[in-house]
Structures are given as C-alpha cells and as structure tokens.
Design a protein around this ligand. Structure first.
Ligand SMILES: [Cu+2]
Length: 66
C-alpha cells in the first residue's frame, strides 16, 4: 500500500470533490481517495497506480494538477 498526494486546481464545491473522487477511484490499483477542498489536495492510497493515470483521471473529471 502506498499513498501519494496531488494538488488539483479548480475545485470549488462538493460536486467537484465528488467528480474527482469518482474518476480517481476508477484508476486501477486505487483503494481510497480523499479530497481536501480547502487545499486542493487529493490523497490517493493503493498499489500500482501511476502519476500519469491519476493525472489523466483528474483531467477526465475536468480539472488539472497544479
Ligand atoms: Cu464544484
């Protein structure tokens, strides 16, 4: 199990949090996603996911990494 934190720009409300959580949760190997709306920090726990896959999922949700 590993944990990485990414900073996402553009999230403004709970809808944004839900969208990012949903997309990132769909990445293979991701077990848990925690989003802090105040800081934009997205903490991802799991095994075998890559930064590129997380970035693609965040892009798919309509947001970008800082
Ligand atoms: Cu929103």
């Amino acid at each position: 199990m590993s944990e990485k934190t990414y900073t996402v720009t553009g999230m403004t409300c709970q809808h944004c949090v839900d969208a990012v959580t949903s997309e990132v949760s769909g990445v293979a190997g991701v077990d848990a996603v925690a989003v802090d709306l105040g800081t934009g920090n997205v903490t991802v726990q799991g095994e075998g996911f890559s930064d590129d896959e997380i970035a693609a999922a965040i892009d798919e949700a309509g947001y970008a990494l800082a």
